[in-house]
Design a protein around this ligand. Structure first.
Ligand SMILES: [Mg+2]
Length: 302
């Protein structure tokens, strides 16, 4: 049976066994393939994009130093989950269902599962709670339980911002540019990504650094602008097609009555200026350890 005629799930499952035997096998990638398969996502949630390999490579590009293995594992797992939650909010769930899901996420407690209106949501919720619990156990073992708390809190903030976007999309509301950007900074998930990177950087990222993250320093503001400019300009057409809420491009066009090209120009420029600010801040922020500052250079590479 040639590969291209087989069922993709079965082929993928079979490929894992071949891959395991290969001399050049990448252990971490293999572990992820198994983890992803065990969670059973692609069967339970057929609407989500299958992005585990993409997530792992993103994490690898973001933090490539050998000693940050734990950070890469956390990043890849959570990025895959962020993508699943994003697809759920943007492209699949009904708004009424999302109201329950957002409330349950605020509680972050397995008992809240009963208030969820659909089986697929219960499944997703359960996986999320399990991952939070796993992270708590792992970080407690390492003597850094606060690290897991930060990750969970930032995940909640991200979900709230997805909810706001779903609300706008549901009511076909195009908010003023500033209002959109205030929420967009949260839906970027930059602080969450950094909190995840910090999990494996115990020599430089202690509770003080986590608190610095939470204080929303200027460098995070700038990183958010860069990411927003990059994402909204590149993915904006596809997302508008699938019915995402208005992006910064639409909000700017509507508020300032300008063409799409003009709006894109303005947003690009904002991003470019913010990237310069990051360079400046990295050179002057002497109190922040170098490996942390390096994350900012890498995060804006996309
Ligand atoms: Mg989204």
């Amino acid at each position: 049976m040639p590969f291209h005629k087989g069922l993709t799930r079965i082929e993928a499952r079979q490929y894992i066994s071949f891959y395991e035997e290969e001399e050049s096998v990448n252990g971490t990638l293999l572990e992820f393939a198994k983890w992803w398969r065990d969670t059973n996502f692609m069967e339970q949630l057929p609407y989500v994009r299958d992005r585990i390999v993409e997530a792992y490579f993103w994490a690898n590009a973001f933090l490539s130093e050998p000693q940050y293995e734990l950070s890469r594992i956390m990043l890849a797992k959570y990025i895959a989950m962020i993508s699943v939650v994003d697809d759920t909010y943007d492209a699949y769930a009904k708004f009424e269902e999302l109201i329950h899901f957002t409330q349950a996420m605020e509680r972050c407690d397995i008992d809240a599962i009963d208030q969820l209106p659909a089986e697929y949501m219960k499944f997703l919720y359960k996986v999320l709670i399990n991952i939070f619990n796993e992270t708590t156990c792992e970080m407690t073992e390492k003597g850094r339980p606060y690290s897991a708390d930060f990750v969970k809190e930032e995940f909640k903030i991200l979900v709230r911002s997805y909810h706001t976007e779903a609300e706008w999309s549901n009511s076909r509301h195009v908010p003023p540019f500033e209002e959109y950007m205030r929420n967009r900074k949260l839906s970027n998930g930059t602080t969450l990504i950094l909190a995840l990177a910090f999990t494996g950087m115990e020599e430089v990222a202690g509770i003080k650094e986590y608190e610095w993250l939470r204080s929303n320093p200027k460098i995070i503001e700038a990183a958010n602008l860069v990411i927003c400019a990059m994402n909204d300009i590149s993915s904006h057409q596809d997302e508008q097609k699938r019915g995402d809420c208005a992006s910064s491009v639409e909000c700017y066009m509507k508020e300032h009555q300008v063409s799409k090209e003009q709006a894109v120009e303005v947003i690009k420029k904002m991003g470019a200026n913010a990237a310069k600010d990051i360079n400046n801040m990295c050179m002057t922020l002497a109190v922040i350890p170098k490996p942390i500052l390096k994350l900012f250079f890498n995060i804006v590479r996309g």
